[in-house]
Design a protein. Structure first.
Length: 351
């Protein structure tokens, strides 16, 4: 595609660094280190395509046509990025005296104009985000969405797609910034709440909590089961996909109130929300199937370690409206470090 059109897009998106035009492989660089730059852009583009889901892209883009193209073409773009081979040439004529920066060729070849790269480097516009966006754009040309080949007429859409992919990838990185901010707040002695943890950490903790609660209630009611259900984090696993069905498909019809309460009010809500949640018993009974999940009351206490935080979260089941569960108090002990590594050290239910 035309260098000027693509540069204008990335500049407008605010994705170009203002660093030196000779910053090396991680920055603008010169054409002498192009093999490192190209390898970095290729691997980064592939990682973005692997990690950014269709729903995440739809949110980042806000354009249904872009989201639809990504839904149809994500797999082809990902394979195209992995298989891309770069070919550096002096120039790529683009008609009417113009020259293109890049050209996608059959066989996974991405041809790059050395002259146009040097012009970008001189203007301090040859950056890692730019080259990554360029790869994302060009591999989009590999796809035929709804039977229509993404040729040069799709350039505007591919510009929007590459920009949205970079934005969505940045949003994923923000999750780890939430973890770092949380640890720093603990280190400063500030009070923290369950909601202050990143959604990723809350989701992983809730999954382990659900498995533990499922095991706990099974051991208390094992006489009512012919076999142990699959882990509660696989709530709707059925005989169609597993020899052992999950809690959502295997609870006996004659189950006691406590067993039904834990499954219907706690495990089902936690599975749906991927967080520590419950269904209000009165709302669930009056509006079965339409009740909304609600956050379980929690108390989070943390202490700072070396670049990490050790925490204990106490969970209250009283709000679920199940009298038989009021006296039980689940606790989760865990550690999170600045790299996002989560270690679940202990889960227990105090009776």
């Amino acid at each position: 595609m035309s260098r000027n059109r693509f540069v204008s897009l990335i500049l407008a998106a605010g994705l170009l660094s203002s660093g030196s035009g000779h910053a090396g492989a991680g920055g603008a660089g010169n054409t002498g280190d192009n093999s490192i730059q190209f390898a970095f852009a290729k691997s980064t583009a592939a990682q973005i395509l692997q990690s950014v889901s269709v729903p995440s892209l739809a949110v980042a883009s806000g354009r249904p046509s872009v989201a639809k193209f990504y839904e149809n073409c994500r797999d082809q773009m990902y394979l195209g990025a992995l298989r891309t081979r770069f070919e550096l040439v002096d120039s790529i004529p683009d008609g009417a005296g113009y020259h293109a920066l890049a050209q996608r060729l059959p066989g996974g070849i991405l041809r790059i104009s050395r002259v146009e790269m040097e012009k970008l480097a001189e203007m301090r516009q040859l950056t890692a985000p730019f080259l990554t966006a360029l790869v994302l754009h060009e591999v989009g040309h590999d796809c035929a969405s709804d039977g229509v080949v993404a040729d040069d007429r799709a350039d505007a859409l591919l510009n929007d797609l590459s920009e949205a992919l970079l934005r969505a990838a940045g949003n994923n990185t923000l999750v780890h910034l939430v973890d770092v901010d949380f640890i720093e707040r603990v280190g400063r002695g500030e009070s923290v709440r369950w909601i202050d943890l990143s959604s990723r950490v809350r989701r992983e903790l809730a999954r382990k909590y659900a498995d533990y609660v499922g095991d706990w209630v099974y051991l208390k009611n094992r006489s009512q089961f012919s076999e142990r259900p699959a882990p509660a984090s696989q709530f709707y696993t059925s005989e169609a996909t597993s020899l052992i069905p999950g809690w959502g498909t295997s609870v006996p019809l004659h189950a006691g109130a406590q067993l039904k309460g834990v499954v219907d009010q706690l495990l089902a809500a936690t599975y749906k929300s991927q967080d520590l949640s419950f269904y209000d018993s009165s709302e669930q009974s009056s509006n079965p199937g339409t009740a909304r999940t609600k956050a379980l009351p929690t108390a989070l206490v943390c202490r700072a370690n070396d670049r990490s935080a050790s925490c204990r979260v106490a969970v209250s089941w009283a709000a679920a409206g199940l009298d038989s569960l009021v006296s039980f108090a689940p606790e989760i002990h865990f550690t999170i470090d600045i790299f996002g590594e989560l270690k679940i050290e202990r889960i227990r239910i105090k009776e």
